[in-house]
Design a protein around this ligand. Structure first.
Ligand code: UDP
Length: 373
């Protein structure tokens, strides 16, 4: 049997591309080495709660086309991400906004907050931030850096903030308004029924083979299709020929608790250096504590998140886009461009700290190029 496209990886990138290919009349086979679809957005129902098995995912975008696209496959609820930080028992609002500054310094007006940040930035003597530490201090001041950024970031990335690229912290907004909405996005929400059912709908009518490891049987699988869409790790594709790219991995400890409310919020970040986990997710709050019939759920499911360096055999989550790795990726990219009939896409295929909306956008763009004659 021959296919027009073999899509390696049934995550968001692969599912969107496969959908577009199918709608363009192409014959598509999607494979994934895991026993389920949806990649890292996979959700699983436990005690009536959609549990984000590979970490919390909150869909947010400013791109109307992307928003309309995903809404074809799921209705979205009106969840707004407002994580809180727990620093040794002190609670702070995230992202950094007037509530945070008020709690940290007792300031009330934006002018006072701005002056405080300026004062701390000046005291640190930073003009042109060269790394995450300097960037963080110049954006939010030394106190916020020490209590809410340093410990969390060093746990998450396993590297000192002074050696991390500044751009990582630019993902986090700093606002002089009383606004706890983590994302500044026009559209935001969680797919009703969970991410897995959204991806299932994208893949409706497309052949999917699970527990199929592409790299283990590459030659045989390649022979089945004209073109390959590869969404796995780019360095693994080339058998680490130029050396291994670094990734951060995450381990989850998930527990069902016989109580209705553990922490009163979907996400609590533990921003001190001593607590071994980075954050605790209480999944029911992504759906307001209600099951699919709108009934209050009496139990709760929580996941403690531990960050670790990726090792072969573990799941890669975050590319480490520092200078060394970015350079190595560029070298892999040159090899990738020489691979005839293979398109590399997604967070792992492009070694890029992609959000979900950017993944969808990128898959649509690639599909657009492929299918527009
Ligand atoms: N961050 C932080 N304190 C927090 C939350 C985030 O210092 O309480 C920093 C940290 O360096 C992290 C970056 O902000 O890597 C981006 O966080 P985001 O929540 O966007 O990361 P995600 O988990 O969504 O990939």
């Amino acid at each position: 049997m021959r296919y027009d496209y073999l899509v390696v990886g049934a995550g968001l990138y692969g599912a969107v591309f496969a959908r577009e290919a199918k709608e363009a009349g192409k014959k598509v086979l999607v494979i994934d080495k895991r026993p389920h679809i949806a990649g890292n957005v996979y959700s699983e129902k436990i005690e009536g709660i959609n549990v984000h098995k590979y970490g919390a995912h909150i869909f947010h975008t400013n791109n109307t086309k992307v928003w309309e696209y995903v809404n074809r496959f799921a209705a979205f609820n009106r969840f707004t991400n407002s994580p809180i930080a727990n620093y040794k028992g002190e609670i702070y609002s995230l992202p950094f906004n007037m509530y945070t500054f008020n709690k940290m310094w007792g300031v009330v007006t934006p002018e006072e907050a701005k002056a405080k940040i300026e004062e701390q930035k000046r005291a640190a003597g930073i003009e042109e931030p060269r790394n995450l530490e300097e960037q963080a201090i110049s954006l939010a001041g030394k106190d916020i850096y020490e209590k809410l950024i340093k410990g969390y970031t060093e746990k998450q990335w396993g590297r000192p903030c002074s050696l991390l690229p500044a751009f990582i912290i630019k993902r986090l907004p700093v606002r002089l308004t009383y606004d706890n909405n983590y994302f500044n996005a026009l559209y935001q929400g969680i797919p009703v029924g969970g991410y897995t059912s959204m991806v299932e709908k994208m893949l409706e009518g497309t052949e999917v083979r699970l527990e199929t490891d592409y790299l283990e049987q590459k030659a045989g699988l390649d022979a089945m299709a004209d073109k390959v869409i590869y969404t796995g790790s780019i360095d693994a594709y080339f058998n680490y020929a130029l050396g291994a790219l670094e990734y951060r991995s995450v381990r989850f400890e998930t527990e069902i608790l016989d109580l209705p409310n553990f922490q009163g919020n979907a996400a609590v970040n533990y921003t001190d250096a001593d607590t071994p986990w980075t954050r605790i997710i209480e999944h029911k709050w992504f759906e307001f504590g209600k099951d699919s019939d709108g009934k209050e759920i009496s139990k709760t499911v929580i996941s403690r998140e531990y960050s670790s360096e990726w090792k072969p055999g573990a799941d890669p989550y975050y590319p480490v886009n520092d200078i060394k790795n970015s350079k190595l990726y560029q070298d892999y990219k040159i090899l990738a461009e020489k691979e005839e009939n293979v398109i590399f896409g997604g967070r792992l295929g492009e070694y890029k700290y992609y959000d979900m909306d950017a993944v969808v956008e990128s898959a649509l763009e690639t599909a657009g190029k492929e299918f527009r004659v």
